[in-house]
Ligand binder design. Structure first.
Ligand SMILES: Cc1cc2nc3c(=O)[nH]c(=O)nc-3n(C[C@H](O)[C@H](O)[C@H](O)COP(=O)(O)O)c2cc1C
Length: 401
């Protein structure tokens, strides 16, 4: 597995932790090439990284010391993975704008390798809408962003902005290297988000699903070499790069899109929160209070059960469902797994803190149809997505070996 990591180090206070990351990676046999921004060299001397990695450290785009080749092109081409840690607000802004005014930003422009950012900064800087919008923009271009941890920051404030501990960053990078292309050439069909069931032209019934879990799965499957089609209900998320996105509104539209794309899929992951019922009738005009009394009665009819329909005709496909429950989590999940002929179900209790709808984290249990249950810790949805895909890969391999 060992590969070549280009470690981009920016001028953030967490640079001292990245020193341990560089040496941890080298201990695992990974070749680490370090590129430092000018600001980073003001906080830690390049010699520290050079000593720990056994490689020359690059800081200057206009160097004449590199024998043969242009350093930013050579470095960009040789990397299996580019990791920027800590990623400062400044470098995030430059990358989002497509600038290349130093060696690090130019290497990122020139590389075809996956680029992972570990933003680390003061909480107000991190929450600044400009920084958040730059991160969204980078995500939409396929950059992978690992959310900073919360806690006490170097400036004394408490909040989100800490670089995760070095051993976590190191193991994240090691795992990411091991997972490169591990899902190629699987074809994924993933659903995400809520559905909307209209009552009249201006009102609908829906649920608080943000779509984040399904989008994180789609992005992770793509980053790991999968070919991904994402059928999404209405969300505010930017479309994940490299993924074929099909936007739908209602459960019936979602059903049609899923059934249309089912034939060209190997793995189907149904992470959408689909409405079980819809109003029996959609009023053509806006309902007016003046036309009704104090109460109004809505008659509801069942929506198509997309998961059951796929389960009945899944063939060799691997089918993964989600169970978002508020009671009897495992009993309900196991019953759904059986009833809908699923291979795997991802269960979460949406009442648990940090879990379920409209939050950035999730805590799930994965139940497979051989009765095995894997309990996972609370983690950012991006990380939970990788764990779910690891489980998918394991089942797929055991079936196809
Ligand atoms: C002591 C010190 C600590 C800093 N820590 C951070 C930080 O954690 N995150 C950040 O985005 N900027 C931080 N800055 C500000 C950056 O160093 C500054 O924006 C610089 O221009 C970044 O350059 P670079 O992005 O090219 O590395 C810090 C500055 C100083 C002096």
């Amino acid at each position: 597995m060992p590969g070549k990591v280009l470690l981009g180090v920016c001028g953030g206070i967490a640079v001292y932790k990245v020193v341990s990351v560089a040496s941890g990676l080298r201990r695992q046999g990974i070749d680490v090439q370090v590129v430092m921004t000018e600001a980073a060299t003001r906080l830690v001397a390049p010699l520290t990284f050079q000593t720990l990695t056994g490689n020359r450290v690059y800081t200057d785009i206009f160097t004449t010391e590199q024998p043969g080749g242009v350093p930013h092109i050579t470095l960009a081409q040789e990397a299996d993975l580019v990791v920027i840690a800590p990623a400062t607000a400044n470098v995030i802004g430059k990358l989002a704008a497509g600038l290349g005014d130093d060696l690090l930003t130019t290497v990122v422009l020139a590389t075809k390798a996956p680029v992972v950012l570990f933003p680390a900064m003061n909480v107000n800087m991190f929450q600044n809408p400009v920084v958040q919008s730059n991160l969204d923009r980078l995500r939409s271009f396929g950059f992978e962003i690992v959310a900073p941890a919360s806690g006490e920051l170097a400036c004394g404030q408490v909040g989100q902005g800490r670089l995760p501990e070095p051993e976590h960053v190191t193991s994240w990078i090691v795992d990411r290297l091991a997972r490169r292309q591990d899902l190629a050439p699987l074809r994924f069909l993933i659903t995400a988000g809520p559905t909307r069931e209209h009552i009249d032209p201006v009102r609908f019934l829906s649920n608080p699903s943000s779509g984040r879990m399904g989008y994180a799965l789609a992005a992770a499957a793509h980053h790991r070499g999968g070919n991904v089609t994402l059928v999404s209900g209405p969300t505010e998320l930017p479309p994940p790069a490299g993924v074929k996105l099909i936007n739908v509104t209602s459960a019936r539209q979602m059903r049609d899109a899923v059934m249309e794309h089912l034939p060209e899929s190997d793995v189907v992951i149904k992470a959408a929160a689909v409405a079980d019922y819809r109003p029996a009738q959609v009023e053509a005009q806006k309902i007016k209070k003046s036309e009704h009394g104090e109460t109004i009665t809505l008659e509801m009819v069942r929506n198509p059960d997309i998961l059951a329909e796929i389960g009945a005709q899944k063939g060799q496909r691997l089918l993964v469902g989600f169970a978002a429950e508020t009671r009897n989590l495992m009993e309900n999940a196991a019953a759904k797994l059986q009833a809908k002929h699923l291979d795997m179900i991802v269960a979460n209790d949406v009442r648990e803190a940090g879990s379920g709808f409209a939050v950035a984290t999730n805590r799930v249990r994965i139940l497979t149809n051989d009765g095995h249950c894997q309990e996972l810790p609370l983690g950012p949805k991006e990380q939970v997505a990788d764990w779910i895909l690891d489980a998918v890969r394991k089942v797929w391999q055991s079936r196809n070996d």
